[in-house]
Design a protein around this ligand. Structure first.
Ligand code: HEM
Length: 453
């Protein structure tokens, strides 16, 4: 593997910075070239073929970045001390606010996660099951019989309703307002978060102006909901996440401020719906192209068994991860990972899609074979759709249960029509990667089997 030795004086470190090679051109130039010349792929997979499993890239918001997909190195990064490997900068806190888990690092991040974690524990999750099934049923009712429609809009509506009800409990006018506002806020927020658009005014045009207006509408609605919850004499009996956060206390026994609660709720509402919806749209896209597997899965679900369903979810998340990478920032100079010595301040990109298609780990990595996971507990450093370590997705168990419940409801109550259409291509939707045609579905009603969801 070619290397690039950048011998910079470092604070008391003897070793020079050693980094792997990568394309010399900045991201925007490579994108421009690829738009003129179809043979110039922008994919990470192509870079891996060219440079090996680790390489460098020049990215718009992070500059020169080390991309890692060696499993042992990923293991090390996920286990690293947060004092050595910290949070990305800039991060999604730009959109979700300074109180968001995405914005926090070190001790404030740890103590905030501790307050949120109980909402995603096993016994709590079980309480959400019926609500998830009811929302799935309602969202799918709008699909026409026998016509091809994109499944993503309905999946987005289903997962948004699920997370809204989980976070706030009972429905009401304010929830309707959030239901209308959040998809627009998420769409614009994820574009702003993923591009180096300045937050200041340029020639009278404020690129963030529209977003800031939506954010203040959000704050007004959520402020009312927090106020009502604080005044609710029956708050102790409530099981929603807002009620839990109002009762939560930091280690020094102080409660969360309203602004912290508002940022954290926005974090859960936004991180917690489009990712799951997009995975569901990919699941439909995959099932319709693998009719023999679809028949087997339906039979297994009808028999009340979850083994093949879980294997299927793993394979969808392995081959079609909606978040293709995650980042960490190096805080210790000359940080050693594998053969590399990384300077302080540089970002490391963990290639989720790369490690999950490594032929050394997964036989025929690009083939769709859910059975590979039957009877296997996936290695948490090789199948990493939810990232890992202290920043691993806090909603992973919630999302997995939601995927199970929505897919079970779909396959028990609908017949999916297979297709011989080509695979849908990946399309970037800001932060997440979605099927290019929205996961087209053709379905017919099915007499449901009488089993509890
Ligand atoms: C299929 C669905 C989902 C996928 C693929 C997904 C993926 C991810 C990934 C890759 C990360 C970054 C982890 C890292 O850097 O190591 C993350 C973080 C996060 N996710 Fe998810 N997620 C999903 C669903 C959810 C749900 C349902 C929620 C909440 C209800 C949620 C809330 C969060 C939060 C709050 C973080 C930040 C954690 C932190 O920084 O401590 N996600 N997610």
């Amino acid at each position: 593997m070619r290397q690039d030795h950048t011998a910079k004086p470092t604070s008391g470190q003897a070793s020079p910075h050693v980094l792997p090679s990568g394309p010399w051109a900045p991201f925007l130039l490579r994108m421009l070239r690829a738009s003129f010349d179809r043979s110039k792929s922008m994919s990470l997979d192509e870079r891996r073929r060219q440079y090996g499993s680790d390489f460098t890239l020049k990215l718009p918001m992070f500059g020169k970045t080390l991309v890692i997909s060696e499993p042992d190195e990923i293991r090390q990064l996920f286990k690293a001390d947060p004092a050595e490997l910290g949070n990305t900068e800039p991060n999604l806190g730009r959109v979700m606010g300074p109180g968001s888990l995405f914005a926090l690092a070190g001790e404030p991040h740890r103590s905030q996660r501790k307050l949120l974690t109980p909402a995603f524990h096993g016994n709590r999750l079980a309480e959400y099951r019926e609500l998830m099934a009811a929302e799935a049923r309602a969202g799918m009712a709008a699909w026409p019989d026998g016509e091809s429609v994109p499944s993503l809009p309905a999946m987005n509506a289903i997962t948004l309703n699920i997370i809204l009800r989980t976070v706030f409990g009972a429905a009401g006018r304010d929830l309707d307002a959030l239901r209308a506002l959040l998809p627009r806020l998420v769409r614009l927020g994820s574009i702003l978060a993923a591009t180096p658009i300045p937050s200041w005014t340029v020639f009278g045009y404020a690129p963030w102006g529209r977003f800031n207006k939506m954010r203040s509408d959000y704050d007004a609605i959520v402020g009312r909901l927090i106020g009502a919850a604080r005044a609710d004499p029956a708050i102790e009996q409530r099981t929603d996440i807002l009620a839990m956060l109002i009762g939560a206390r930091y280690d020094d026994n102080t409660p969360m401020k309203d602004s912290e609660i508002a940022d954290e709720l926005l974090t859960l509402l936004t991180a917690g719906h489009e990712t799951t919806a997009t995975t569901l749209a990919w699941a439909i896209e995959r099932l319709r192209r693998h009719p023999a597997f679809l028949d087997k899965l339906v039979a297994r679900i009808d028999a009340g068994e979850d083994d093949l369903l879980n294997a299927f979810i793993n394979e969808v998340q392995r081959t079609r991860p909606v978040i293709a990478f995650t980042f960490r920032k190096v805080l210790a100079d000359g940080y050693a990972v594998g053969p590399w010595r990384v300077p302080r301040g540089m970002h490391i990109m963990i290639g989720i899609s790369l490690v999950q298609t490594d032929p050394r780990l997964f036989e025929m990595p690009h083939a769709f074979r859910p059975e590979r996971f039957l009877g296997e507990r996936p290695d948490p450093y090789e199948l990493i759709p939810f990232g890992g370590g202290v920043r691993r997705c806090i909603g992973a168990a919630f999302a997995h249960m939601e995927l199970q419940v929505v897919l079970r409801t779909l396959l028990r109550e609908h017949i999916l029509e297979p297709t011989s259409a080509p695979d849908e291509q990946w399309r970037s939707r800001g932060v997440a990667f979605a099927p290019g045609q929205g996961g087209q579905i053709v379905r017919h009603p099915r007499r449901p089997t009488q089993r509890p969801i």
